[in-house]
Design a protein around this ligand. Structure first.
Ligand code: S3P
Length: 170
């Protein structure tokens, strides 16, 4: 697998809870490169949790911070990069992803409800997880697909199997 101009080797997109961090770290180990996650970058830079940013300043403010974090990571990182689940909502970010090798890790709604449950740390699922998941997936599925070079379903697969499927797909 060759490098894209010294830029991220693989960019992982997909909904929260799909396993981007776990699979991304496995991929980085397998490829012998670094792993970076834009959610971690945001938490480190802000010194508070993502849930706190949502509560204190709202989603719109979080999206502005997230956009800067994603653009910085894409410019700087040359390993595996995982983006927060909503990063692809931004049209500039989607355009920025075009020259990169992007993999969409997908899962169906029931799998999503099962995996994330009633996790209060995920501000977008605080009220009615199943309905909110359905709405999120309907609003975003086409955006994930639009930016992706490959779609790798994760339902019923272990992180190791997903990582292998990503490598096979590229
Ligand atoms: C979000 C996904 C989260 C985090 C924030 C918003 C989203 O990232 O950025 O809670 O809009 O889907 P993960 O996908 O890494 O959980």
């Amino acid at each position: 697998m060759s490098d894209v101009n010294g830029r991220p080797v693989i960019v992982l997109v997909g909904p929260m809870g799909v396993g981007k961090s776990t699979v991304g770290q496995l991929l980085a180990e397998r490829l012998g490169c670094g792993y970076r996650d834009t959610d971690d970058d945001i938490v480190a830079a802000e010194g508070r949790s993502i849930a706190d940013i949502f509560v204190d300043e709202g989603e719109q403010h979080f999206r502005a911070i997230e956009k800067r974090a994603v653009h910085a990571a894409i410019a700087e990182h040359d390993g595996v990069l995982a983006l927060g689940g909503g990063a692809i909502l931004d049209a500039d970010t989607r355009a920025l992803l075009a020259p990169h090798r992007v993999v969409y890790l997908s899962m169906d709604v029931e799998e999503a409800v099962k995996r994330t449950g009633l996790n209060a740390a995920r501000p977008l699922l605080a009220v009615n997880p199943r309905r909110q998941w359905r709405e999120l997936m309907e609003a975003r599925r086409h955006l994930y697909t639009e930016v992706a070079d490959a779609v790798v379903p994760t339902d019923g697969r272990t992180p190791e199997e997903v990582a292998q499927a990503v490598l096979d797909a590229l």
